[in-house]
Design a protein around this ligand. Structure first.
Ligand SMILES: *Cc1c(COP(=O)(O)O)cnc(C)c1O
Length: 368
């Protein structure tokens, strides 16, 4: 029997046809899966799909985006190494670098979120890896990726980019010289806020080292989640185009409101690195941020958020449901936003006009 979609295998034990096959497996010479941790067919199908979109040599899946990130760092680093991390990375990524890596004698320096060829100034003789996220979480600065990878290549430094915002449909980091591209599959690829998963796609140069680490650590992804994410990937382009169209509509509307100080969205010409976005990206997804003018007190902003009906208050993004987060996110270098409350919108698949009506109603009751 054949079906359009692949079957789901739930398994610890994989059975061999004969004893000779098991003996081959014992010696590491067996081609197929040998155990439940050995990447069952659904996982392999999803890895292949993501690998193709990323133009990579190898893709491996993890239990979450942050697990993909921490394991990628562990795969390439050892005691005595130094790494550079752009300062606008996802919070838990920064926390892992800050709290866990120093325990293993790995030295971490954070660099400006808008870093480009000036990264050269921070490179030390023991710099082993550069970690980028473009645009960055919450503040959406964009790095000059080719300028950085050009320098990194000349010094044999591994480059990693968290590509969750753009997905491989709107940015292909490996084509710009990055060694490893990371997706939080949780977000747009899965697309329905119902699972957690991460993916790392690697170029030829770094594939073997990464593949070995993954196998030795016996990491794997859950079969049901692989099936669901594979379903998500089939509608990714359709959804992204809609997120982009609605995102632009809402962002333009916000930019024209007198209460709003600033909208931070790479697709707007007002974004400081709009030129880099235009040069390197094929599109913008539906996640961006805005700030109210300073005359609006924190309490007014909190009331605004609570009045919204179509935007649920919650972390994560990339799903069909519109969401909002509120908070102060500036770290040491991101002084542009120090002490300021940033509102981040995940523009979902609802009608953009309805979303604008909801925002307008909640904003109309604000007092300066
Ligand atoms: C959410 C997110 C992650 C982590 O993904 P999880 O699957 O939630 O662990 C990593 N990077 C970015 C940019 C994210 O937004």
């Amino acid at each position: 029997m054949a079906t359009v979609n692949p079957p789901i295998y739930r398994a610890s034990t994989v059975v061999f046809e004969c004893a000779e096959d098991m003996l081959d497996a014992n010696r590491g010479n067996y081609k197929g899966a040998v155990y439940g941790t050995d990447r069952l067919p659904g996982q392999r199908a999803l890895e292949e799909a993501i690998c193709e979109l990323e133009n990579g040599a190898l893709c491996r899946l993890f239990q979450s985006g942050i697990s993909a990130i921490s394991h990628t760092l562990m795969a390439f680093l050892e005691s005595g190494d130094h790494i550079l991390v752009c300062d606008n990375v996802y919070g838990p990524t920064a926390r892992f670098c800050h709290r866990i890596l120093p325990r293993y004698n790995i030295d971490v320096d954070f660099v400006l979120p808008t870093v480009g060829s000036d990264i050269e100034r921070y490179i030390k003789p023991n710099t082993r890896l550069i970690f980028l996220e473009s645009p960055g979480s919450n503040t959406f600065e964009i790095q000059d990726i080719p300028a950085i990878t050009g320098i990194a290549k000349s010094k044999d430094i591994v480059t990693v980019l968290d590509d969750t915002w753009a997905t491989p449909l709107f940015l292909k980091p490996l084509d710009l010289g990055v060694d490893l591209s990371i997706q939080s599959v949780t977000k747009y690829i899965a697309g329905h806020s119902d699972l957690l998963m991460g993916a790392v796609t690697v170029n030829q140069a770094r594939a073997e080292e990464f593949e070995r680490y993954y196998q030795w650590m016996e990491i794997y992804a859950n079969a049901d989640d692989c099936y669901t994410a594979l379903r998500g990937i089939k509608t990714l382009l359709v959804r992204l185009n809609q997120h982009q169209a609605s995102g632009l509509k809402v962002a333009h509307w916000l930019e024209s409101q007198r209460e709003v100080e600033r909208v931070i969205y790479p697709a707007l010409s007002s974004h400081p690195q709009h030129h880099l976005w235009k040069r390197d990206f094929k599109g913008a997804s539906g996640l961006f941020a805005f700030l109210f003018k300073p005359e609006y007190a924190e309490q007014e902003i909190i009331h605004f958020v609570n009045r919204l009906k179509l935007f649920d208050i919650g972390y994560s993004w990339g799903g069909y449901k519109s969401l909002i987060t509120v908070g102060q996110f500036s770290r040491s270098h991101s002084s542009d936003y120090a002490g300021k409350t940033i509102l981040r919108l995940n523009i979902g698949l609802e009608d953009a006009e309805d979303l604008i009506v909801d925002l307008a109603r909640a904003m109309g009751q604000m007092q300066a």
